[in-house]
Design a protein around this ligand. Structure first.
Ligand code: NAD
Length: 282
């Protein structure tokens, strides 16, 4: 991968959750290219190991670990394994997250005749689906932070990067749980930045705009591959007129995790959205 610039992560241990996924595998590779020892954490252990093998085969240093960001004991066990393999965590990227169809309404607006349409309305949203999405994004950021930031206390250059989203600024239609959960992630980023400011741990976030990945494929593309109405609306509301590419996330990530570049930056969330969050539509 061609990096936009490089930062010095030699001997740094970078722990990345959800690292076998679309976005975080890309960020993991970029971070590995900067010389870090990368701990690839994922609920899907086979995928994590396979991806780590790929990075090692490319000449980088990585290892796959099984970790469920919703289970503290799983994270604690993983921390022990990372300590043994690489040493203390210097940088944590909380990448595991996502939405779920059970927490998504079929329609953008409630209408008077909805009951006759056989659609999933706000009234039908499944509590367990809403809890799943809220937990995955918020609790799934908080628990790994509790576990891995213990390694950072009293050491130089340690920091945490969370992954928020456009819906944290203004909720997106249909996905109330995901929007609320990512708003909580942004809020937690600021809270933790303040809380950890006296012990030298920086905490920041990136808010990716619209990326076409498997997580949101159902919302963006019809079964026959044509764009949904939502895709048209997204592109019309993105001044730069395109979906993001995972490459677009690399520069802001490297900047924020670099103590040399961003040593006085904490509590920020950088939107990487082609202007979406700045545009009122008029
Ligand atoms: P993805 O589904 O490709 O990857 C998510 C990874 O997390 C998967 O490998 C999955 O196995 C893992 N995972 C899921 N539950 C887990 C758990 N309980 N414990 C550990 N690992 C778990 O998703 P992505 O599109 O790469 O998204 C990565 C992050 O970026 C998420 O936080 C997502 O909310 C956020 N984000 C994505 C977009 C987008 O357009 N794709 C936009 C904004 C923000």
């Amino acid at each position: 991968m061609q990096l936009p610039f490089t930062i010095d992560l030699k001997d740094k241990v970078v722990v990345i959750t959800g690292a076998a996924g679309v976005i975080c595998s890309h960020l993991s590779r970029a971070i590995a290219q900067c010389g870090a020892k990368v701990a690839i954490l994922d609920r899907d252990e086979a995928k994590a190991r396979q991806f780590a093998d790929e990075l090692n085969a490319e000449g980088y240093t990585a290892k796959g670990f099984e970790a469920n960001v919703l289970i503290k004991d799983s994270l604690k066990k993983c921390r022990e394994a990372v300590l043994k393999e690489f040493g203390k965590c210097d940088i944590l990227i909380n990448g595991a997250g996502g939405n779920n169809p059970k927490a998504t309404t079929d329609n953008e607006y409630a209408e008077l005749d909805d009951a006759t349409k056989g659609i999933k309305t706000f009234f039908d949203l499944d509590q367990s689906g809403v809890e799943f999405v809220f937990n995955l994004n918020f609790i799934g950021t908080l628990l790994p932070t509790q576990v891995f930031s213990q390694d950072m206390v009293g050491r130089e250059g340690c920091n945490i990067l969370n992954i928020s989203s456009m819906n944290a600024y203004t909720p997106l239609t249909k996905i109330p749980a995901y929007s609320g959960a990512k708003a909580a992630v942004s809020n937690f980023t600021q809270w933790l930045a303040v809380h950890f400011s006296h012990i030298g741990i920086r905490v920041n976030a990136i808010a990716p705009g619209f990326f076409s990945t498997k997580q949101n494929a159902q919302l963006l593309w019809n079964a026959d591959g044509t764009p949904t109405q939502r895709t048209g609306k997204i592109l019309a509301a993105t001044p730069m007129g395109r979906f993001g590419e995972v490459d677009d996330l690399v520069g802001a990530t490297l900047f924020l995790i670099s103590s040399a570049a961003a040593g006085f930056v904490t509590g920020v969330c950088i939107p990487i959205d082609g202007g979406f969050s700045s545009y009122s539509g008029v």
